[in-house]
Design a binder for this molecule. Structure first.
Ligand code: C5P
Length: 222
């Protein structure tokens, strides 16, 4: 029998980037290793939660003992997340591409000597966090991330409201911080109550603290 403070709780976590195909061989994407999202899924499971990890294409292994749904595009990621509802907890960590290519070419687009590069028409992708944060089956606790290179706290507070989240974990991903793709993270946790600056930690430690905070907040709700 499962034990721990999150036993009997269902969690959905997104992680990694999404790949938005241009044609069968090319895509657009955000930078994301999936390390933070995967660590959060593992930390929630360690506290007893029943976790579904919806992962974009990453180069790291599935965390053991967790249900993992592998997706490529944002639209597929949204579908997999919605299929996981109802849930108690949603932690949306994926670096979802804001845009997809409006019409994906069925064949590789040929480079023609002397011709101008093909134009890329983009369409807006669904905002998965915002959809979940305003859903009729909204999980009791909705957590998002805010990777910013400037105005970290202002952007995070704005994101909390707009996306319908309870917590936003904000990190500075400016080049030179080493956070993107690296093993450490330095975050500020923004909630209605205010902002909590966490020390520089490994991504596993950030995950464990966040899982503990989630357990604490859920316990306070019910
Ligand atoms: O708006 P922005 O991309 O900065 O918001 C980041 C947060 O929103 C992250 O939690 C990310 O996983 C989530 N997000 C999402 N779907 C999108 C864009 C962002 O779930 N299309």
């Amino acid at each position: 029998k499962v034990s721990g403070p999150l036993a009997g709780r269902k969690a959905i976590v997104t992680s990694g980037p999404t790949h938005e195909p241009i044609d069968p061989v090319r895509y657009i994407a955000n930078r994301s290793s999936g390390r933070q999202g995967h660590a959060i899924a593992a930390a929630l499971a360690k506290l007893g939660a029943d976790v579904t990890l919806v992962s974009g294409p990453v180069g790291i292994a599935d965390p053991p003992g967790i249900r993992v749904v592998h997706v490529e595009r944002a639209e597929e990621m949204l579908e997999a997340v919605l299929a996981g509802l109802p849930a108690d907890i949603a932690v949306m960590v994926a670096a979802v591409a804001d845009w997809r290519v409006a019409t994906t070419a069925g064949e590789k687009i040929k480079k023609k000597p002397g011709e101008a590069p093909p134009p890329l028409q983009l369409a807006e992708n669904p905002d998965i966090l915002k959809t979940v944060g305003h859903h009729a089956q909204r999980p009791k606790l909705v957590v998002g991330f805010a990777a910013e290179t400037q105005n970290l706290e202002t952007n995070a507070r704005e994101k909390l409201k707009r996306k319908g989240a309870d917590l936003i974990v904000a990190n500075d991903v400016s080049p030179g911080t080493g956070i993107m793709g690296g093993s450490r993270n330095s975050v500020r946790v923004v909630s209605k109550a205010g902002i909590d600056a966490w020390p520089d930690l490994s991504k596993e430690e950030v995950a464990e603290r966040l899982a503990a905070l989630i357990a604490e907040r859920l316990a306070a709700l019910s």
